[in-house]
Design a protein around this ligand. Structure first.
Ligand SMILES: *[C@@H]1O[C@H](CO)[C@@H](O)[C@H](O)[C@H]1NC(C)=O
Length: 312
């Protein structure tokens, strides 16, 4: 095989989620509703936090950054998936496929770092309240998202570097509705066991590792609170349960994709749909509905948008 005419694949074809008309219609309704709800919910959080000076604190800045990332998460794969649902030939160009992988990993990696920063923020606020504002200074609040983005980008560039030079010379059908590494690597016309191992090790270890760090840090916070006063425990529990829910929703499907050794494509696909559309929608719901200040800020913003000068 000479390298010159090896990379003949110029597009990949998705099998998509289903060929049955009824299911396609159901998926179309479900996905469009939740996609729009995700976009609006997260935009609302970003604008409320930016607009309301009561929310200019580290916790809310981090939350707004998380919502901004969620806008990205739900826009990488879902719009194309919705557009493709009723089409017979669901194709994506080689470049488009690499771009999806790049953004999925850049945004996903950044979000993991940000979730850890949010756990650290809660640790300081609950366990070291006197030092909170000195440690979470305005500079640190800018450094945290910047670091998250840099780490996310590095992770993503490394992942893409693994695959851009792979030869693709024939098979181009992906049993999925978006491009990601595990399935794409299997299509390369070369020995890929080593590479599959690298990908699982990289994405798998990073997701399992950060998940364990997060769970450990939340347990640590709870134990610290519990030792000091069991009265504080219920308050801490109610704050942290929102964070833990988001962490489990975010990492659960990821860990399954990258570490479960027996691929079952249908389960994979529906979990991916869940991760792409439902998780970004649930984040604003979980964080905001439980939070009085956030709700007030959202209503204020809505009234302002409707043209009132003050909340009636
Ligand atoms: C992200 O956080 C920084 C600093 O904490 C803040 O200035 C910025 O507005 C946040 N980004 C968004 C989109 O809210």
């Amino acid at each position: 095989m000479d390298g010159g005419n090896c990379s003949v694949v110029s597009e990949f074809v998705f099998l998509g989620l289903s060929n049955l008309w009824g299911i396609q219609l159901l998926l179309f309704l479900f996905s469009s509703v939740f996609y729009m709800a995700s976009v609006m919910g997260n935009l609302l959080i970003v604008f409320s936090v930016t607009a309301d000076s009561n929310l200019h604190s580290p916790m809310y800045f981090l939350l707004a950054n998380l919502s901004f990332l969620d806008l990205g998460v739900c826009s990488v794969a879902a719009p194309k998936m919705i557009y493709d649902l009723f089409r017979k030939h669901k194709a994506i160009s080689f470049g488009g496929c690499i771009a999806q992988i790049f953004f999925i990993h850049a945004i996903g990696g950044t979000e993991m770092v940000l979730l850890m920063a949010m756990a650290f923020d809660r640790y300081l606020a609950i366990c070291r309240p006197l030092h909170y504002l000195t440690i979470m200074s305005p500079q640190v609040c800018v450094i945290i998202p910047a670091t998250a983005w840099i780490l996310g980008l590095i992770h993503s560039v490394v992942q893409v570097a693994f695959i851009v030079h792979l030869p693709f010379c024939g098979p181009n059908v992906l049993n999925s509705f978006y491009c990601d590494l595990p399935q794409l690597i299997k299509l390369a016309c070369t020995e890929t066991n080593g590479l599959e191992f690298m990908v699982t090790a990289n994405s798998g270890l990073i997701s399992v590792g950060s998940f364990l760090v997060l769970v450990a840090s939340y347990i640590f916070i709870l134990v610290t609170v519990w030792k000091h006063s069991s009265a504080g425990l219920s308050k801490a529990l109610s704050t942290l349960s929102a964070h833990v829910t988001v962490v489990v929703l975010f990492f659960g499907p990821l860990i399954f994709f990258y570490t479960w050794p027996f691929p079952s494509s249908n389960l994979d696909k529906f979990l991916a749909l869940f991760d792409a559309i439902l998780t970004p929608f649930l984040n604003p719901v979980i964080y905001s509905l439980r939070n009085k200040e956030m709700k007030v800020a959202m209503w204020k913003l809505c009234y302002q948008l409707l043209g009132y000068r003050k909340m009636p």
